[in-house]
Write a protein that binds this ligand. Structure first.
Ligand SMILES: C[S@@+](CC[C@H](N)C(=O)[O-])C[C@H]1O[C@@H](n2cnc3c(N)ncnc32)[C@H](O)[C@@H]1O
Length: 236
């Protein structure tokens, strides 16, 4: 028997449990089968079998530009964007199941159908699951800051991760990021500006398509400055 694969790299998240509320459970029961995509696993429950490639035309039932949000949390941004842009398809990648369930609650409330969600480690999804050049826009809003220095190695946005972002983005495709943690903002700016695969990357104006999430509200509440960064995928 093949040994169960295990992770050798630190991951950018800790698996949080948490029960679903009654509303979340009801939304999950009604919608998960259609909107939360099952993927073949490869060891941990947030892993993706490396031989699996997502067929977006099949899962959305049409061919439209794909916007991927990593760490979609409670879904505030991805659902609002899907309402504002019915012509685009949205994929939220999130490891926190109650967040995914809350996203379904909001989707049900507003009635959007152009969103799909997956409980996966985004780093694996970008390495193998998403086809090269298949993503129109990649969004990471408020990645876990991992404040302590000894935890910085867990941060998602690194030069290695920039190569994965470049792998999946189409030429001219946008990589949008935001954070409220100053030294992570500096790291993100450096990662994007120093990447050979992206133009841009300096701190810029707030992306108007990014609604204020509960997480951002907490940062603003304690006086943090929000930094937005956009990288443009260079043609290969
Ligand atoms: C600080 S929260 C921000 C959530 C949301 N973007 C917002 O603005 O409210 C970061 C989220 O990223 C998720 N996350 C962290 N690493 C991830 C990974 N490798 N793949 C998928 N989700 C991840 C966490 O579970 C968490 O929900």
């Amino acid at each position: 028997m093949e040994p169960t694969p295990y992770r050798t790299e630190p991951v950018s998240f800790t698996r949080r449990g948490g029960r679903l509320t009654e509303r979340q459970q009801a939304a999950w029961d009604a919608l998960a089968q259609t909107y939360v995509l099952e993927v073949p696993r490869h060891g941990p429950s947030t892993s993706v079998d490396p031989s699996y490639v997502l067929d977006t035309a099949q899962v959305f039932g049409r061919s439209a530009p794909l916007v991927v949000e990593i760490g979609s949390g409670r879904g505030e941004a991805v659902v609002q964007a899907a309402v504002d842009h019915p012509e685009l398809d949205f994929l939220g990648l999130e490891v926190y199941v109650p967040g995914v369930a809350q996203t379904l609650v909001t989707m049900r409330h507003v009635g959007v159908t152009n969103v799909r969600l997956m409980v996966v480690n985004a780093a694996e999804a970008l390495t193998t699951m998403l086809a090269p050049g298949s993503v129109h826009e990649l969004r990471i809003f408020f990645p876990d800051p991992w404040h302590k220095k000894r935890h910085h190695k867990r941060r998602l946005v690194t030069p290695e991760f920039a190569r994965l972002a470049a792998r999946v983005l189409e030429p001219g495709g946008l990589w949008r990021l935001a954070t409220d943690w100053e030294d992570y903002a500096e790291q993100i700016r450096d990662v994007v500006t120093e990447s050979p695969d992206f133009d841009g990357g300096e701190w810029g104006p707030r992306f108007e398509g990014r609604p204020q999430t509960r997480f951002e509200g907490k940062g603003l509440g304690v006086g943090r400055t929000i930094r937005d960064v956009t990288g443009v995928r260079r043609p290969t």
